[in-house]
Write a protein that binds this ligand. Structure first.
Ligand SMILES: Nc1ncnc2c1ncn2[C@@H]1O[C@H](COP(=O)(O)OP(=O)(O)O)[C@@H](O)[C@H]1O
Ligand SMILES: [Mg+2]
Length: 233
């Protein structure tokens, strides 16, 4: 469960002490298994997503995940909440897929002698079994996104936040990642520009100008977003 209570994000911008509000006070309780966040570029989606695993802290208000306050129990929150970036290069730090997943497993206190075996199992589950020892830079964008997800899911999070996981992918890889995300047994907060994926969620938040302007059943919220952008669906 993800709870925001008057959660607000401000930042210093430009020279001097000018403060900008990236997220207006936001209150919501997200209990649904799949929650999608849609909105235009620069609307505040990533700011909202980062609040959930404590990558960003609220300047006012409170954010809780499964009852844990991100401001005061950050380490516990990050153990529980997996996060993936749009660009998997932002989080793949090791030379090979095997080493990258093995590094994630360290966080689970998997003993060193079991890590390689477990990492190979994880990679096989994600269809990357034959890529285990290939340099990460030699993987395709889709394979990198799968690897990023594999590394995060290897830590067995109870909540997964994905910030535009398919934006950089072609249609084929988008389907692969969508299927993977659709089949996960955890709470998913999915930031996406893919309105079909948003419609498959249980609840959709529409962010515009740093505020949640719609929060509803998927078809209602997505239609509101399309109308807001001046289109028809
Ligand atoms: N640390 C920051 N300082 C100042 N402005 C920021 C900062 N982070 C993001 N912004 C601005 O806040 C707005 C929302 O950003 P973001 O949440 O990344 O939007 P989105 O993910 O919807 O594209 C953007 O206009 C962005 O430029
Ligand atoms: Mg973003």
């Amino acid at each position: 469960m993800i709870e925001l209570e008057g959660a607000t994000v401000t930042a210093y911008a430009g020279a001097g002490d000018q403060v900008v509000t990236l997220l207006e006070p936001t209150t919501c309780t997200l209990t649904e298994r799949r929650v999608a966040v849609v909105g235009a570029n620069g609307s505040g989606k990533s700011t909202l997503a980062r609040l959930v695993n404590g990558l960003a802290l609220p300047s006012a208000g409170v954010v809780r995940v499964d009852g844990l306050d991100t401001a005061h129990e950050g380490a516990a929150v990050r153990r529980r909440v997996g996060f993936t970036f749009t660009d998997p290069d932002a989080q793949l730090v090791m030379p090979t897929p095997l080493e990258d997943v093995a590094l994630s497993l360290r966080r689970l206190d998997v003993p060193a002698h079991e890590r390689e075996h477990r990492a190979r199992e994880v990679l096989a589950r994600f269809g990357l079994g034959d890529r285990a020892d290939v340099p990460v830079h030699a993987l395709s964008g889709g394979q990198k996104q799968l690897l990023a997800l594999a590394g995060v899911l290897a830590t067995e999070p109870s909540v997964l936040v994905c910030d535009e996981p398919t934006t950089l992918l072609d249609l084929r890889w988008r389907r692969v990642v969508d299927e993977l995300l659709d089949g996960l047994d955890l709470q998913l907060l999915l930031v996406t520009h893919d309105l079909d994926a948003a419609r498959r969620a249980d609840r959709v938040l529409v962010v515009d100008g740093g505020r949640v302007v719609a929060d509803d059943l998927p078809d209602v919220a997505v239609d509101a977003y399309v109308a807001l952008m001046g289109g028809t669906s």
